[in-house]
Write a protein that binds this ligand. Structure first.
Ligand SMILES: Nc1ncnc2c1ncn2[C@@H]1O[C@H](COP(=O)(O)OP(=O)(O)OP(=O)(O)O)[C@@H](O)[C@H]1O
Length: 426
């Protein structure tokens, strides 16, 4: 592995990268260019990738790891921001200009079976990129290069493997062939998206060992996309923890594993199943599921699940709604009927830091204020209440005002860089 402290050269510079996928476009939003909902798969990501390093992108399903990895390769078009390869801007390049760059930017996929053409021998499959990018002059040179790369990935005796079809190979051998195809163009960067998760336990470590070996021999740089922190610890030099399209913590393996700072990273690390390092993350993370990426929580997007959340983290009407829903799910029928009757239609609550909670039909808003105060008094340590600034009766309901939230940036700490207000400089 590369020591990050050594003098390194920057291979890629990623700044404020955004990949938003439009959803449910209406006629009006299409015409005006406004108002259409979008999934913010990658939402303002910045980092440098140093030559020769292995950077892990780690996070739960839907955090944007794959989209970010694909955006680095130009396989998905950024909707904003910049991706520079050795100083040259790739974001926004027309396909015609991007195509010749692709030999420098390769990908290894999760499913080696799906990524290889079942009707092509390994020799044909590996010769293909050499021919497309015109990297060899003539059949003899192509054949020699294919043999060299098959040797490199340990698919030998080469004479036998050259003429095999993917169907004749084991899962591990298929992934070796897919890796061979990725490295045959002498790329600078290989994005490996869950390259071992579909393989038998017995071959997973061998494939990562092979990738480390190839990196040393060929001077490759890897971005390793995974939800498996244990394999990232083994394989990576640095790790970026992603949550809802953002990097929430980035640091060296030592910083992330020995001194995790973000409450989300801490939860992920606590959840690593030991001693078996190959299992996926269990889902015993705090408070619920990953929210909808089309309408992420305000402020810090982790705040609704965060055990350390406090006043300015971005409390909002949806949090109040969840607290009430949770309370009523656990309430007895009588208590539920009494309390629920005080409230009007909560579907009408708008997303924001201020909301008028409607009173139930014929109910006095002051009863609602009393109820909310009672709920607060029962559990004053519930972090939501630390973000509530004011509860006031109005004509038809109660105005609940929250502290204006702060959307954290990546802050420098004495270790990793962390997007959490606990580390915001004064
Ligand atoms: N082509 C697309 N159109 C619309 N939404 C998309 C598209 N691709 C990804 N998304 C959404 O973007 C978000 C990030 O997806 P992405 O696949 O990058 O996450 P991930 O962390 O790699 O997840 P997984 O581990 O499940 O692959 C998700 O909410 C996903 O549903």
């Amino acid at each position: 592995m590369t020591a990050i402290t050594e003098a390194t050269k920057t291979l890629m510079e990623i700044r404020d990268l955004q990949v938003h996928f439009a959803l449910h476009e209406t006629f009006k939003s299409r015409i005006t260019g406004r108002g259409g909902r979008a999934v913010k798969a990658v939402d303002g990501v910045s980092f440098d990738l140093e030559e020769g390093e292995v950077l892990g992108l780690v996070g739960e399903s839907g955090s944007g790891k794959t989209t970010l990895g694909r955006a680095l390769l130009g396989l998905v078009r950024p909707t904003g921001g910049s991706v520079k390869l050795r100083g040259e801007e790739l974001a926004g390049l027309p396909e015609r200009q991007l195509r010749p760059k692709r030999r420098h930017l390769q990908m290894v996929f999760q499913d080696p079976h799906a990524s290889l053409n079942p009707g092509m021998t390994l020799e044909t499959a590996l010769a293909h990129p050499l021919q497309i990018h015109k990297l060899t002059s003539g059949a003899a040179e192509t054949k020699a290069k294919v043999r060299e790369v098959l040797e490199l990935v340990n698919l030998s005796p080469v004479d036998q493997f050259s003429y095999r079809l993917p169907g004749d190979l084991s899962g591990g051998q298929k992934q070796r062939a897919a890796i061979a195809r990725a490295i045959i163009t002498s790329p600078d960067l290989v994005v490996a998206d869950e390259p071992i998760s579909m393989l038998d336990m017995s071959v997973r470590a061998k494939i990562l060992d092979l990738m480390i070996d190839l990196k040393k021999r060929l001077g490759l740089t890897y971005v390793y996309v995974t939800h498996d922190l244990a394999s990232a610890k083994f394989f990576c030099d640095r790790v970026a923890i992603m949550y809802l399209g953002r990097i929430v913590e980035i640091g060296t393996v030592e910083q992330i594993f020995n001194d995790p700072k973000h409450p989300y990273t801490q939860a992920l690390i606590r959840a690593i199943p030991e001693p078996d390092p190959t299992k996926a993350l269990p889902r015993d993370l705090p408070r619920g599921e990953v929210p909808d990426a089309a309408a992420p929580p305000l402020g810090c997007s982790f705040h609704p699940r965060c055990p350390k959340a406090f006043g300015p983290c971005g409390w909002e009407t949806r949090d109040l709604r969840s607290i009430l829903d949770e309370r009523w799910t656990n309430a007895g029928e009588e208590a539920y009927t009494t309390e629920r009757g005080l409230f009007g239609d909560l579907e009408k609550l708008e997303i924001g830091h201020e909301a008028v909670v409607p009173a139930g039909s014929g109910r006095d808003p002051s009863e609602l204020v009393k109820m909310l105060e009672e709920i607060r008094a029962e559990d004053p340590d519930e972090p939501l209440w630390k973000g509530v600034k004011d509860i006031q009766p109005e004509t038809h309901g109660v105005r609940v005002t929250f502290e204006p939230g702060i959307d954290p940036e990546l802050y420098d700490t004495d270790g990793s860089r962390v997007a959490c207000l606990l580390y915001k400089p004064e």
